[in-house]
Design a protein. Structure first.
Length: 116
């Protein structure tokens, strides 16, 4: 059974930092692209960042570029999202996604709340 489990969310002050983790299990994730999405109340889920399995292709949403860093440790099947210079508008539930042709898996999400 494939599982993606996010952790590391919580409460932070504006300007602070949090590090999210996404631990994947249940199959081999070689070749998968890992990504982070987020969803604030009343809004659609939006793309935050993605990284290819090799780490050679990384993309960020404009709203987080320069503040967030995505990385992956393939030996641990874990993907990270380092979030610095947090803003109140970063408040959302953050979801991890694993995707390759024909397969998509989502985690349950972790809440991030940034106070002003």
């Amino acid at each position: 059974q494939v599982q993606l489990v996010e952790s590391g969310g919580g409460l932070a002050q504006a300007g602070g930092s949090l590090r999210l983790s996404c631990a994947a299990s249940g199959r081999t994730f070689t070749g998968y692209t890992m990504a982070w999405f987020r969803q604030a109340p009343g809004t659609e889920r939006e793309f935050v960042a993605s990284i290819s399995w090799s780490g050679g292709s990384i993309n960020y949403a404009t709203s987080v570029e320069g503040r967030f860093t995505i990385s992956t440790d393939n030996a641990k099947n874990t993907t990270y999202l380092q979030m610095n210079s947090l803003k109140p508008e970063d408040t959302a539930v953050y979801y991890c996604r694993a995707r390759m042709v024909g397969y998509v898996y989502w985690g349950q999400g972790t809440q991030v709340t940034v106070s002003s």
